[in-house]
Design a protein around this ligand. Structure first.
Ligand code: ADP
Ligand code: MG
Length: 699
């Protein structure tokens, strides 16, 4: 069965496909598919004792049943036990159900009773026919997460079977379990699937029960083992130790119009030390927008070149790649280095020429988009691969990059600060350098929330700022834009029919409308428009006109979200800010406040605001600290979405909570010991939790 996230085809709607959708393949998968909640069918409640709103089981006899037509077609059955009578109401039903509910039938029903017009009733109860004195189940009934077309009964049967067959041997030795105060694996699992009735449901469902702790710990341990193993494997691989002369790096440092911040110095030292090692660096350079990551990347590239190797820098969007290209070209070409540029939108001939020079080792430095990792591109001596905003690349691209750069040193850069617990888990196989200070002389950005109704005042303010010699961005409402694919789409006609491209078209339309409207409202300003669908040359022309202050107001889609750097732009308006994510708003806002002028970011929002949108705007209004914002983002969205799990289509943590830092720490420590002292145990644990999915998880 192909993994659906990679095959991108809808699997057939068979039982196997439904099970695959839930990630159920091996016995271990079933064993680890744990209930969402439980229902208590171990007891019978009498109709008289039932409390409204609380699900309970009743044993009743059908008095009569009929199909009623008012207010709509429905099946009503009157049933009773010794204590009273109630109505079962079915708004959808099968003829077979009607047949079962014949007068005299003896039923067990399960559901929530409430007061209807005709007295107490239950809507859509679960029911089955029973004989007299049929024994009651001894365990609570598990309710599993499922998918359309897959019933609880089927799932229960399959899981029960797997529980009997599967190897439930403990992967934690008794002494360790005792120290961590965790129960045995088999006992914990049995208890969670089929809990005895005396277990309080509330405790089970709150997931604070020791049995849940055990599962959470095991899940985190699997994650840590997998990451540690990747880390070790990488350190065992060879990479060329890059022995530098410091000739080029020193020349750049002298030529720069500024001095490195202490944070940049530190990061640069850490990177340089890694590059000298005989195994591949895998480091993340993390720093808030504007913290100056590019110059650190430039130094690293020069280090590689000094050592006689090539360096490549890949960015997720063409605009961003181009910004890097220009900046690096202005810094590096005066040092006598050729900087090459490679994207999908180059003419075929130009592209081939660049690829040939790269392959012959004639070009020391290459900047580009994911065109850099296409099959045809072969580096003569790739020593260092840098990826900006790596999380914005898709899974497949990340895998391709991993292969291409297998023996090269790798540096990832990110302006999305990763909260500590995430760094400890998903990114545990990376070494991290942090730029925790901004270059001096920045003025903080004032953020204002303005209701759409006051748009005129905002337009007036933009006018005033631009007349006063400053520049502004106007960010168009978001529909959905995926720059990576937008760029790919430009050449691949087959994607044009997809829904995503529909959205891009819609967004383009909005951007063009906004541009037209602002052009009428502000006739004396030079206004530019930039979006993902522009041809590269046109995009470049608009951007350089903006850099040169020939354009005062730049109307843009989210293509300017990352990396764009125009210090004279000190005002940003974001229209329909309520539609943007937190990280995105933070990134966008980071485009201003780069010069010495006081800067402002105006968030225009339309009412009514949803709860989540309100929460996001509040956070972005109250804080400008990227780490605090990332933490809030994590809280509001959950970690899966945060790191692009949506993209990979894989479940990440199902039971454990990354906020549970203490448990993450414990799992990490145990993982280290286990890999060293009991590798077989570690392998068994990984097999149980990840099966064959480990490779994808790391991509
Ligand atoms: P980011 O980390 O967001 O990629 P950039 O590398 O684009 O940040 O840097 C933002 C701006 O700050 C650029 O104009 C860059 O030239 C400038 N810059 C970088 N380092 C320093 C420094 N140490 N002092 C002053 N300005 C700096
Ligand atoms: Mg940058």
């Amino acid at each position: 069965m192909p993994c659906s996230s990679l095959a991108e085809k809808k699997p057939a709607n068979t039982l196997a496909a439904r099970l695959a959708r839930l990630g159920l393949r091996t016995d271990a998968d079933y064993v680890l598919h744990l209930p969402l909640r439980y229902e208590d069918e171990t007891r019978i409640t009498t109709i008289r004792d039932a409390r409204p709103g609380i699900a309970a089981q009743f044993e009743v006899e059908v008095i009569d049943s009929e199909i009623a037509y008012r207010p709509r077609r429905q099946l009503l059955a009157r049933v009773s036990d010794a204590s009273g009578t109630l109505i079962l109401r079915f708004l959808n039903f099968y003829p077979s159900q009607q047949k079962t509910l014949q007068a005299g039938a003896r039923l067990r029903i399960f559901g929530e009773l409430h007061e209807g017009h005709l007295g107490p009733e239950i809507i859509h109860p679960r029911f089955h026919v029973v004989g007299a004195n049929e024994p009651l189940p001894e365990r609570l009934t598990p309710v599993y997460p499922t998918t359309a077309g897959l019933g609880q009964a089927t799932l229960r049967r399959l899981i029960e079977r797997a529980l009997q067959r599967a190897d439930l041997a403990d992967t934690l030795p008794p002494a360790l379990r005792k120290r961590l105060q965790l129960p045995e694996f088999a006992a914990a699992i049995q208890r969670l699937h089929t809990p005895p009735p005396e277990m309080a449901q509330a405790v089970l469902e709150s997931r604070d029960h020791p049995a849940w702790r055990r599962v959470q710990f095991d899940e985190l341990l699997a994650q840590q083992l997998s990451l540690r193993r990747a880390y070790t494997a990488r350190r065992a691989r060879g990479a060329p130790p890059l022995v530098a002369t410091a000739r080029l790096t020193a020349a750049l440092l002298t030529a720069l119009p500024f001095r490195l911040t202490a944070a940049q110095e530190r990061a640069w030292r850490e990177i340089a030390a890694d590059l000298g090692q005989p195994h591949p660096m895998q480091r993340l350079l993390q720093g808030d927008v504007g913290s100056g990551k590019t110059v650190v990347a430039a130094l690293a590239m020069l280090h590689a070149v000094e050592a006689g190797y090539q360096a490549a820098l890949m960015a997720p969007t063409e605009i961003l790649a181009e910004q890097h290209y220009r900046k690096l070209a202005t810094w590096l070409e005066p040092l006598g280095l050729e900087v090459a540029w490679l994207t999908g939108s180059l003419k075929k001939r130009e592209k081939e020429a660049v690829i040939a020079r790269v392959g012959a080792g004639e070009t020391p430095i290459v900047i580009g988009t994911h065109a850099l990792i296409e099959d045809k591109v072969e580096f003569a001596r790739l020593g260092l691969a840098i990826v900006d905003e790596q999380h914005r690349f898709g899974v497949r691209q990340r895998l391709a990059l991993k292969e291409k750069g297998l023996f090269a040193h790798q540096l990832a850069m990110s302006a999305t600060p990763i909260p500590r617990t995430l760094a400890m888990s998903y990114y545990a196989d990376l070494d991290v350098s942090v730029l925790d200070e901004l270059p001096p002389g920045r003025t903080p950005v004032t953020t204002k929330l303005v209701a759409e109704a006051r748009r005129d005042q905002v337009v007036a303010r933009v006018h005033e700022a631009c007349r006063g010699g400053r520049q502004a961005y106007w960010v168009c409402p978001l529909i959905e834009e995926n720059e990576v694919s937008a760029e790919a789409n430009a050449s691949a006609a087959n994607v044009k029919r997809s829904g995503r491209s529909q959205n891009a078209v819609l967004q383009l339309k909005t951007a063009e409308e906004t541009f037209a409207r602002l052009s009428t409202e502000l006739p004396d300003l030079n206004i530019g428009l930039v979006h993902g669908r522009l041809k590269t040359a046109d995009k470049a022309a608009v951007m350089s006109a903006f850099v040169a202050n020939e354009i005062q107001l730049l109307v843009a889609t989210t293509v300017i979200e990352v990396g764009v750097d125009v210090p004279n732009a000190s005002l940003m308006v974001i229209e329909h800010a309520e539609r943007f994510g937190l990280a995105q708003l933070h990134q966008l806002r980071g485009r201003v406040g780069r010069g010495t002028d006081a800067s402002a970011c105006i968030l225009l929002y339309a009412k009514p605001l949803g709860e989540l949108a309100r929460a996001r705007l509040k956070v972005i209004f109250e804080t400008s600290d990227g780490f605090a914002i990332a933490r809030e983002d994590l809280r509001l969205r959950g970690p899966g979405e945060f790191i692009g799990a949506r993209q990979s289509g894989l479940p990440l943590l199902r039971y454990a909570d990354l906020e549970d830092a203490a448990l993450v720490e414990q799992a990490r420590a145990v993982a280290e010991d286990m890999l060293r002292d009991a590798p077989d145990r570690a392998a068994a644990h990984l097999q149980r939790w990840l099966g064959g999915r480990e490779e994808l998880l790391k991509a």
